[in-house]
Write a protein that binds this ligand. Structure first.
Ligand code: 3HC
Length: 703
């Protein structure tokens, strides 16, 4: 037998076990081992039925993603699924853990499926920019119908075992030991002479759609409504459509073609890059093996404002009690009311029950006395961005926090080392930078100070994962990775206006690039007054390039959405802004004042002048070791700022289009404008000269 596939027999039932940790990915060795095992059992007259199971924490979580892009090795997964389906004796899949992608497709080739309670199933291929390529788009609709299937496949969401049972994806839930239950189930199938069920032969769920596909079309349109710019969701729809428009084998052929096209495309490469980058970003290169996180059973949050409230919700969501401290009862009440309102929105949309909301609220306590944080294992400070205030808080925390408590600041740009130096325990201090809205945005920048202890870093990563964030470890500098690059993006935003673009043209160019919104829409949403106040306090250039227009708008009381006016006008209750001639007049007047002759600016120029300076700043960040790897920068921008996933993040995108091109364009814009800040970063220069890329450079450095 192979190293990763074994066969044992219990009477007339054979059990084939795949054992390929950590997630039983279906790499070549697994496929060929299983193929061989099944072929042997097919011809073995002493075997009446087969159970297919997986060892370890999960049934297979799918194809081995690392094999994509390499020459295929037979047997392919589709071939294996077909072989199992064609077995003349019943094959029962025993599912547990996360049965995903090719893992679920393998199970759908089996004639029956039994699952341990707690199992989750899904076809998440779409999240890797591909479609299920081993029959999933043809077999699943034959069980649950094309309408449910298109929702399932386009969302890529996981479904719990009880729902999978009610949908018919699984036939039975196991009681007690899974393999024993599967053997008993197989025995019963044999004893009762139940048929070998081949899903490919089922027509009842798909046939009705041949005459009228309107329900499918409506479900497909809804499922892809937010998939702008991505190819895979639409390809998934077309593949599922094949399940009722085409005979099975032709549907499979169409699925295969779609899969091969996507897997070779730039978007899937970008999304696969992000899959691995997301997992790598939390790994700290110099963290000794076996570093253990400190336990976190109780959390303290200082500040019940927008950030503090959102941060607290993350912990309540996973059942970790939080004490929120504010300076007054009134501020506390306001904060709690906002949290309740936010949960209430989920309740009103049917995504959460009233009981669940109350359960989560019960994990939140308020206090106006910081001494109440004495027993917290982790304390996160989330007050406004003023160094002196933060220092006072950390001095106080040093007095009251228990030994071993992790002390974190949610600062978005201040120096963590300076804050840590206020305490007698700088090793316990770090940054945990959440992104607004903190209960929604998945990015968590973990800012490692010069003296941060390894186990403190490990604690922040571990708890970050527990609250379902994507932790990325970054170093100390002004704005860390995300905001520092955002600042670089701001270098040219207003300049583009003065030279001839309109706010809506700039925003639309970035939306067409794939961002959810452009810089002016973002400014209006976040509040233009935030940057304005910082600029007033710290000097005009502190949060980016010139912000003359934004400052003028703020002087007029136009702070963005919250005042109904900013770069755009917002009708009462509307989040979509309309262009304002008054703003255009202000832009034209300001340009005139500076003697700038306005001209037509292409969308291409807008994208280059906004995105390339970010990439250049990303190169500086890598050079300084603020980010460990280019993938970390990508993860920050995708999960924190909505950089389009189909482009894989700024550094991956840069590698794809070529660093030489970016270097040349930046050099051109720097020369034309005389703006030194637009000059390409030294690392970008060097790599462009060498014909290299950020990923190749990181790989060479790691070797
Ligand atoms: N192929 C290769 N490696 C994989 C993998 C896969 N399908 N799934 C997970 N891994 C690796 C991870 O990279 C990670 O490696 P590391 O330890 O070196 O960083 C390790 O397995 C453990 O993964 P996680 O850290 O993600 O572990 P979790 O327990 O948090 O999550 C999981 C487990 C839910 C299974 C998650 O790993 C996951 O979502 N995996 C991907 C599932 C997927 O997308 N399947 C579809 C694959 S495409 C396919 O099947 C095509 C087919 O239709 C033809």
């Amino acid at each position: 037998m192979s190293d990763v596939v074994s066969v044992r027999k219990e009477g007339a039932i054979a059990v084939v076990t795949i054992d390929n940790p950590p997630v039983n990915a279906l790499g070549h060795a697994v496929r060929s081992g299983t193929f061989e095992a099944m072929a042997g059992l097919r011809d073995d007259d002493t075997v009446a039925a087969v159970v297919l199971a997986c060892a370890g924490r999960t049934f297979s979580a799918g194809a081995d993603i690392t094999e994509f892009g390499k020459p295929p090795q037979a047997p392919g997964l589709g071939e294996l699924v077909d072989q199992i389906e064609a077995m003349p004796k019943p094959v029962v899949a025993a599912l547990h853990g996360t049965t995903l992608g090719g893992g679920l497709e393998l199970a759908l080739g089996c004639h029956y499926r039994i699952a341990a309670p707690g199992t989750r199933v899904g076809l998440p291929e779409v999240k890797l920019g591909i479609l299920p390529g081993a029959g999933g788009t043809q077999r699943l609709p034959r069980i649950i119908g094309p309408v449910e299937a298109v929702k399932f496949i386009v969302s890529g969401e996981f479904v719990a075992a009880d729902k999978a049972l009610s949908l018919g994806i699984i036939d039975s839930l196991a009681d007690g030991d899974l393999t024993e239950a599967a053997i008993a189930f197989a025995g019963k199938v044999v004893e009762e002479g139940r048929p070998v069920v081949r899903i490919r032969d089922r027509e009842d769920k798909v046939a009705p759609f041949r005459d009228d596909s309107s329900a499918f079309d409506a479900a497909a349109a809804k499922a892809t409504a937010r998939a702008r710019g991505l190819e895979a969701p639409f390809a998934c729809v077309e593949a599922v459509r094949g399940s009722f428009e085409l005979p099975f084998e032709e549907g499979i052929k169409k699925e295969r073609e779609g899969f091969l096209k996507l897997v070779a495309g730039d978007q899937s490469k970008a999304q696969r890059h992000l899959f691995f980058a997301e997992r790598e970003a939390a790994k700290v290169t110099d963290m000794p093996k076996g570093t253990r996180p400190r336990p976190v059973a109780k959390v303290g949050v200082i500040g019940a404002g927008t950030m503090g409230g959102g941060i607290s919700m993350n912990f309540a969501n996973v059942g970790i009690p939080v004490t929120i401290v504010e300076t007054s009862q009134e501020a506390l009440d306001r904060g709690f009311a906002t949290i309740r309102k936010n949960y209430g929105i989920s309740v009103s949309r049917g995504r959460m029950s009233e009981d669940e909301m109350e359960r989560r609220m019960s994990f939140l306590a308020g206090s106006t006395d910081m001494n109440d944080l004495a027993d917290a294992d982790l304390i996160i400070e989330a007050v406004f961005e003023e160094m002196d205030v933060k220092k006072t808080i950390f001095r106080k925390l040093d007095e009251i926090a228990k030994p071993g408590a992790v002390l974190a600041s949610n600062t978005s740009y201040l120096d963590i080392n300076e804050i840590a130096a206020e305490t007698s325990r700088p090793g316990s201090v770090l940054g945990m930078h959440f992104f607004s809205p903190a209960n929604v945005m998945r990015l968590l920048e973990i800012v490692r100070g010069a003296k941060t202890d390894m186990d403190v870093l490990a604690t922040a990563i571990d708890i970050g994962r527990k609250i379902k964030k994507v932790p990325v470890v970054v170093g100390v500098c002004f704005g860390f990775v995300g905001n520092r690059m955002l600042k670089a993006r701001s270098l040219e935003t207003e300049q583009l206006l003065l030279e001839g673009a309109t706010p809506q043209q700039v925003d639309q160019a970035l939306v067409a690039f794939g961002f959810p919104m452009g810089p002016f829409q973002m400014g209006d949403l976040a509040g233009l007054d935030i940057g304005w106040r910082i600029r007033k306090a710290m000097g005009s250039d502190s949060d980016g390039g010139k912000a003359e227009i934004a400052d003028a708008l703020c002087e007029m009381g136009r702070f963005g959405q919250k005042t109904g006016r900013g770069f755009y006008i917002y009708e009462e209750g509307s989040r979509g802004g309309t262009p304002d001639p008054e703003v255009e007049a202000l832009i034209v007047e300001t340009a005139k004042k500076h003697g700038i002759e306005r001209r037509e600016i292409s969308d291409e120029e807008i994208v280059e002048r906004l995105v390339y300076p970010m990439i250049s700043e990303g190169a500086r960040i890598l050079d300084e070791g603020i980010a460990q790897r280019p993938g970390d920068v990508d993860v920050v921008w995708v999960f924190g700022y909505g950089f389009p996933i189909g482009k894989g993040g700024p550094m991956h995108y840069a590698d794809r289009i070529g660093l030489k091109h970016i270097r040349d364009r930046l050099a051109y814009y720097a020369e034309r404008s005389g703006n030194e800040k637009l000059k390409p970063a030294p690392l970008l220069e060097t790599l462009a000269e060498d014909g290299s890329g950020f990923a190749a450079h990181a790989k060479a450095k790691a070797a």
